[in-house]
Design a protein around this ligand. Structure first.
Ligand SMILES: C[S@@+](CC[C@H](N)C(=O)[O-])C[C@H]1O[C@@H](n2cnc3c(N)ncnc32)[C@H](O)[C@@H]1O
Length: 204
C-alpha cells in the first residue's frame, strides 16, 4: 500500500471516465442497434434548424420528443422553449437515456425510458393534458403500414387543436399514413444531412 506525505495509507482513486463525445456514442450504439437508430450519425445542424423552424415557439409550451438519441434536437428545443415550458423525451435506448439525464440538466426536461408509442398513458399519469408540439426522428420506414398508422394516430390524439407534429425521415414511406391522419401535411427537403432528409409538418 502506498502512503502519502503524512504517512497515511493512500488509496488510488480510479480516474473518472470522461463521457464519450455524443457523435461517437451515437455511432457505437448504432453498431449494436442499427434498426432502432436508423442512422449512423446524429442529425446535422442544418436538419435540426429546418425541423425547429417549423414551430411557432411563442405558442409552444408542452413538447414531446420521440427518439432524442444523444440530444441533438433536445438542447436546441430547450433553447427555444420558454421558462414555463416542459419537454418530455421518450427514448428506448438505455445508453441514450443515461447520457441525456447526465448531460442535459434542465428542470424543464423529463427523460423517459419508454417507447414513444406509450406516450399517451405516460403523459396521462403525469397529469399532462395535451401537447402543443410532437417532434420525432424515429425511423418509421421499418414499421408495417398498420404499425405506422397506429403510432401516428396515437400521436395525433395527444395534440391539442392547432397542435403540430413534425417528423423527419430519410424516405417518404410514412406520407400516406400522415395524410390519412392529419388534415394538412407540408413537406420540406434538407440536403445537408447524412442521409438527406425530408421534414413533414403535420397540422391538426
Ligand atoms: C434516427 S435516431 C434520431 C436521434 C436524434 N433525434 C437525432 O436526430 O440525431 C432515432 C432515435 O429513436 C430512438 N427510438 C427508436 N424507436 C423508438 C421508440 N419507439 N420510442 C422512443 N425512441 C425510439 C432510437 O433509440 C434513436 O435514439
Amino acid at each position: 500500500m502506498a502512503t502519502n506525505e503524512h504517512g497515511e495509507e493512500a488509496y488510488a482513486v480510479p480516474p473518472r471516465r470522461r463521457p464519450l463525445p455524443p457523435a461517437l456514442l451515437f455511432g457505437r450504439t448504432f453498431l449494436r442497434h442499427p434498426r432502432m437508430l436508423g442512422s449512423v450519425i446524429p442529425s446535422s445542424r442544418f436538419l435540426v434548424s429546418r425541423v425547429l423552424r417549423q414551430v411557432d415557439w411563442p405558442r409552444t409550451r408542452v413538447v414531446v420528443e420521440a427518439g432524442p438519441g444523444v440530444g441533438t434536437l433536445t438542447g436546441p428545443i430547450l433553447e427555444r422553449l420558454g421558462g414555463e415550458g416542459s419537454l418530455f423525451a421518450f427514448e428506448m435506448n438505455p445508453t441514450f437515456v443515461s447520457h441525456l439525464r447526465s448531460e442535459i440538466p434542465d428542470r424543464r426536461l423529463t427523460v423517459l425510458h419508454r417507447s414513444a408509442a406509450e406516450a399517451g398513458p405516460v403523459l396521462h399519469e403525469r397529469g399532462v393534458g395535451s401537447v402543443d408540439l410532437l417532434v420525432s426522428g424515429i425511423p418509421l420506414s421499418g414499421l408495417t403500414r398498420q404499425a405506422r398508422l397506429s403510432l401516428i394516430a396515437t400521436w395525433r390524439s395527444l395534440l391539442r387543436p392547432g397542435g403540430v407534429l413534425v417528423i423527419y425521415q430519410f424516405t417518404r414511406s410514412a406520407l400516406p399514413e400522415l395524410r390519412r391522419v392529419f388534415g394538412q401535411v407540408r413537406q420540406e427537403f434538407e440536403p445537408f444531412n447524412v442521409l438527406p432528409a425530408r421534414v413533414f409538418k403535420c397540422m391538426t
